[in-house]
Design a protein around this ligand. Structure first.
Ligand code: G6P
Length: 602
């Protein structure tokens, strides 16, 4: 996730680029940069950190010009640093590029270009683009960009300027968003509408494979073979402010809805066309006898699902620990154990402390994290990135589901290596995983029905969640989501434990929400639900086992997939339930009281 913007026209471009980037900071903010083209050629200012840092640099070393491109970065390849920041250029600085996306074949392209005598200065995938354009450049920038694009695998939205052609910006998109903004005194490209909304509401929405030649008084669009494409102008209906959340009322809702894409991004390249699992460069010794999975909050719940998946498929014993407990306990870490930390932010103090402690004790530390360049990412021996994109709402949603994807990939990978489960079973799981984005998309359609249920819960003081096996973990995460944003007291119980205490809490009208995704144990759960029903509970079921539904008042039907994978789609409607209860109560969804997105102190 990054944001790009470009302007060509009669006005000075610098402030236009900066204010565009400001609106795109939600897409990433670990570094920012601009390139401006004037009579002296291309000049670049870029800096690690927020846009404010770039503004300071521009105050001391100003730039002026009528044509420029800008970028705000959410690092994927290469740590956040000035060197890795965009714009990137060819070797002599005559072609500059901003890019959003991932060039999956960048290693091969880099090798090819090095053989042709090109040098590289950054660790990014992007740097191959300006050099490839340079390689193909024979006096026409559009032709060179088209030729380069033919060689690029992966996703990209690209903006290009060249000193030799100071009257144009060339842009193209594939699997990454890009729009064109039209004004009387110049034209824009941008990753998203917010970047240009203060200047215009007239835009072209580009499709994959469309190339744009942007001049100060014209915009031409063509396909990869230079066939012209004509487009209707789209008039934006919403305000600049609302669009920062891309039309969603809250970041949490937006992030819930981003889950299909986040799942796709996390799976991309991790299961190849022959169904082989590619775990980045992670090495796992065959001698490991036990894995400690350590995390906090929602990431801890992801670890609980991970344990079940790894133990079921790979038969490696796992222990899931809260980081804050683990660090002060006496964990039996030894040469036969591995520590796997899970952290969306990669900055949670307790998780980081465990990572350091485990390394000190000589263990290899593996990490699942969402933030490139975070402390966890930098210090772990092996890192698996969830490509969920920036998660802004405090209540974690898309980071959690992508952490589950990560664990499923790990579990299947280990099982394959250890030959603990027949191949056809693993292939089936992989195929189901590859379709998980569609399953998530479908379940998001249930929003209206969940909203109605949420309305009936807004005045409750206590809500209990029940489940067995993996469904118990879903119940725990659902309960956490609900309590953290709606401030309703909530607990989750393993349904078999009801009669050992919790059933004493059930009274007339007590709300009990049950989750059931495993047909093999559904009758056990429904007996427990009937027990609370008999004591006056108001029962709601989130279930894929529709054979015994008599015990539930309201029912939300869950998809029928392999029970091991079921926690992933099952949590999505429960995230929505928490969200709608919160909005019904009128609380601050994205910034719940007393909580922070990243807990960097003990
Ligand atoms: C905070 C956040 C949670 C998150 C937890 C762990 O409590 O509010 O959403 O699950 O920290 O954060 P991490 O970044 O380590 O996953």
């Amino acid at each position: 996730m990054c944001g790009i913007v470009g302007y060509i026209g009669t006005r000075d471009c610098v402030e236009l680029l900066l204010s565009g980037l400001e609106s795109l900071e939600y897409r990433g903010y670990d570094s920012a940069g601009i390139a401006v083209l004037d009579d002296n050629g291309i000049s670049i200012r870029k800096e690690k950190g927020r846009l404010s840092g770039l503004r300071e640099i521009l105050e001391s070393r100003p730039l002026h010009g009528n044509i420029g491109i800008g970028h705000t970065r959410w690092a994927t390849h290469g740590v956040p640093s000035a060197k890795n920041s965009h714009p990137h250029t060819n070797q002599d600085g005559t072609i500059a590029v901003v890019h959003n996306g991932i060039i999956e074949n960048h290693e091969a392209l880099k090798k090819f270009l090095i053989e042709k005598g090109y040098n590289f200065v950054s660790e990014t995938d992007t740097e191959v683009i300006p050099n490839l354009i340079d390689y193909y450049y024979e006096g026409d920038l559009l032709t060179a960009v088209r030729k380069a694009a033919k060689k690029l695998d992966g996703s990209y939205a690209i903006g290009v300027i060249a000193a030799a052609e100071p009257d144009r910006i060339i842009a193209v998109r594939k699997d990454s968003p890009l729009i064109v903004g039209l004004t009387d005194d110049g034209n824009f490209i941008a990753s998203d509408i917010p970047a240009i909304l203060s200047e215009t509401r007239d835009v072209y929405l580009l499709n994959d494979g469309e190339f744009v030649t942007l001049k100060k008084d014209s915009v031409a669009i063509c396909d990869i073979d230079e066939n012209p494409i004509s487009k209707e102008i789209y008039r934006v209906q919403f305000s600049a402010q609302a669009s920062q959340k891309e039309g969603y009322d809250h970041f949490m809702l937006k992030e819930i809805h981003e889950q299909p894409q986040a799942i796709r991004n996390t799976l991309r390249g991790r299961i190849d066309k022959d169904l082989n699992i590619v775990l980045d460069n992670i090495e796992f010794s065959d001698d490991i006898k036990k894995i400690f999975i350590v995390a906090c909050g929602t990431a801890y719940h992801a670890g609980l699902v991970g344990k079940k998946a790894i133990e079921t498929l790979a038969k490696i014993p796992c222990e899931v620990c809260l980081a804050s407990e683990f660090r002060y306990g006496e964990p039996l870490i030894n040469k036969d154990t591995a520590v796997l930390v899970v952290s969306q932010s990669g900055e949670t103090a307790d998780t980081l402390a465990v990572l350091r402690m485990a390394k000190k004790l000589g263990n290899k530390v593996y990490a699942i994290t969402n933030v490139v360049g975070s402390s966890v990412a930098r210090e772990a021996d092996y890192v698996f990135y969830t490509y969920a994109g920036p998660e802004i709402a405090v209540a974690s949603t898309k980071a959690y589901t992508t952490q589950l994807v990560a664990f499923y990939l790990f579990a299947i990978y280990f099982a394959e290596k250890r030959k603990t489960v027949p191949n056809h079973v693993l292939s089936d799981l992989k195929n189901q995983l590859l379709k998980m984005d569609e399953v998530a998309e479908k379940i998001l359609e249930k929003a209206p029905e969940i909203r109605e249920i949420a309305k009936s819960l807004a005045d409750e003081h206590d809500i209990y969640f029940l489940g067995r096996g993996l469904d118990y973990i879903v119940a725990m995460e659902a309960s956490l989501k609900l309590k953290e944003i709606s401030y309703i007291h909530s607990d989750a119980y393993a349904s078999g434990e009801l009669k050992h205490g919790p059933i004493a809490l059930i009274d007339d009208g007590t709300v009990v929400i049950s989750i059931c995704t495993n047909p093999d144990i559904s009758n056990k759960l429904s007996s427990n639900v009937k027990e609370v029903l008999a004591r006056g509970a108001k029962t709601i079921g989130f279930t894929s086992c529709m054979s015994d539904t008599a015990a539930y008042g309201d029912i939300v039907e869950l998809p029928q997939i392999d029970p091991l994978l079921a926690p992933l789609p099952a949590i999505i409607p429960l995230q929505m339930l928490a969200y709608y209860v919160c909005t019904e109560k009128g609380f601050d969804v994205d910034k719940p009281r007393n909580l922070a997105k990243s807990v960097t102190v003990e």
